[in-house]
Design a protein around this ligand. Sequence first.
Ligand code: DQQ
Length: 470
Amino acid sequence: MTSDPHRPRYHFLPPANWMNDPNGLIQWGETFHLFYQYNPAGAYHRNIHWGHATSADLLYWQHQPVALAPTPGGPDADGCWSGCAVNDYGTPTVIYTGFRLPEVQTPCLAVSHDGLLTWQKWPEPIIPSPPVDLDLLGFRDHTVWHEDGRWVMLIGAGIRSQGGTVLLYRSDDLRRWEYGGPLLIGDAGQFAPVWTGAFWECPDFFAVNGDHVLICSVWDQRPYYTIAMRGEYRDARFTPSLTHKLDYGDAHFYAPQTMPIRDGRRIMFGWVMEGRSEAAVLAAGWAGVMSLPREVRLASDGQVVALPIAEVRQLRGAEQQVAPGLIMPGAPQWVPIRGAHLELEVIMLPPPHGVASVWLRASPDGAEATMLRYDRAAATLTLDRSRSSLSSDVWRDAHHASLPLAPGEPLYLRIFLDGSLIEVFANDRRSITSRIYPSRPDSDGVALQAAGNPAELVTMRSWEMADIWA
Ligand code: DQQ
């Protein structure tokens, strides 16, 4: 598969087959552990196991044997779905969702006594069934932390005809849990500032700079996007004052999970799902990529943002620079950068009335190109995938992020290209993560374009990124 041009080289993914959510993120001793939703049988979502990988630096990974597999006849007979890992006073412990067909989801637990490699399951579900007074669409995904001497857990859910919710539980031993009510209930009938859907998958909850942040993945028959809510946590209830998309690539940054690490940072990985037909995915034999490791921060405008950890710079290889200057309106101006596994840094002053674009993964005739466009009047950054591939079975919808710039503030882009993966970070306050599948081998060019008025290029650098598997 290493010859597959769509396969990323500096992002984590299993050697083959299906991967979705990151699970059980934990720093244990000197090692970071990443578990993930995995189907060892093929590149499709069924019979989910927990895959496992370890790293000393969050950049380079060692594949480990599968950590959890469904137990025939058990509560997880048809899948070990998403969950988290905690340090139970020295014992690595995972809490995950046991899945049984047709639709039974129950919280399960397993412990490891050999350094997180093999896991012994607790014989019974740790919560036999969801609260009876709620008409729930499901009951899955877990985040657990220690608070005031007890364990607290959130479980994702949705209340029929009402909206997404997360349910709070408390425990002294991680095995017997008391229900403490919903932390928050969303309203699926409300569309502004952002629709929060029917079900909240993969909740994550933590403090940042004194405020609390609840992250949920919005689901309604399918994944939509991840939202971040910022607000006040008091008496087991959460009152958000700000709700927004966490990443503007919509379903391509889904089910993220965070872990606090010893140096004080909160590290996040998200699942970057494919954007092509099932047939194309099956033919490729692999599906799903992890985002770059990101650090969760509050952006200058108050939104929650997850930016690449500083260590990602260690992956930079050969550097190229483009001379600064004006980009006159008209045809795209090609720059002498080529590649499919690059980091690009672009700082430019977009025209006050007009549009500035960066063409990525572009063929020399422009037949294939992914356009990252900033429209200053609309204060919008758009990732336009409409010409990203000549192949007919890929997703081409555009992603939009509102990004107002202060007067005189340049547009500052960090763009990561890695085969079919693209991650864009703008002004340290927005991210757009997506997938593109250029079909031509010469679709590896980069160009700049202005429309309406000239744009000014201040800095442009690129780096060939390391192959973490080489
Ligand atoms: N993926 C898991 C579920 C979760 C969903 C199943 C989110 O636990 O709700 O693979 O992508």
